[in-house]
Write a protein that binds this ligand. Sequence first.
Ligand SMILES: C[S@@+](CC[C@H](N)C(=O)[O-])C[C@H]1O[C@@H](n2cnc3c(N)ncnc32)[C@H](O)[C@@H]1O
Length: 265
Amino acid sequence: MLDEDGIARAQYATLDPLSVRIETHRRYSARPDDIEASVDEAVVLRDTADLLDIGCGTGSYLRRLAASGHAGRLVGVDASPAAIAALDGVPGVTAVGADAQELPFEDATFDVVTLRHMLYHVPDPGRALREARRVLRPGGTVAALVNLEHTTPLLHEASRRPLAAFGVRRPEFWLKVHSGNLPGLVGDVFGNARVHRHDNELVFDSPGPVAAYAVSCLTGYGITADDPRRDAMVAAIEAYAVALFDEESPRRDPKGYVIVTAHRP
Ligand SMILES: C[S@@+](CC[C@H](N)C(=O)[O-])C[C@H]1O[C@@H](n2cnc3c(N)ncnc32)[C@H](O)[C@@H]1O
């Protein structure tokens, strides 16, 4: 069983679980919702902007901007070597392994800094936002994206409840930064903040994708691939998901996120 530090490292050692979660949202959202396009819209992205994406994950955001002919610099930062490797050789994109709390860039280097679905992993989110401010040029824009405070209750319960039977509890950091406190965190660092809210829901008509999502969260609970209880946990998650659909189908799960933008004065 991993502690919080170990979870942070192990969770993105491979990007497969993250890809399962991204794909679940892509396939089962009631309304199409292109999160990456929503970020571009929120920051009013010019194609000449020098952009830093902190916690770049699979790299799809930067890859897509590069493919669209973005003329400004595109730089990704991530603490996971797998995320840096995912951008290896992508033309027009530089990927740097680093911690969001200590960025290896000069002051005033970028026009736009994005922190998408990542601040809740950072031990000191305020420090990461101060670093984002430091590397922004005056007049530059930050965009931080996190989930609504009570997003996807059905998916959360599909891992939380079966794992509780094994005495495994949801780590606190899952709930650390959300729509309720992000505007204040950004406002404290930048002196301004604007909230762009996106509501949607997931619709499932079978237990398979619910169970797959819940299983993809196991490392986030500190359960590694070689944990002797893992097979039993997966079986418990699958049984829980099947029971959900025995009760009712389809299942709808409300969800959403906020993008909080701010300008560096
Ligand atoms: C939930 S994923 C989001 C990835 C991507 N931004 C997206 O929205 O698809 C979180 C990412 O943040 C990275 N991360 C976590 N803590 C970090 C830190 N302190 N510094 C830099 N990256 C970090 C993880 O390695 C992972 O790639």
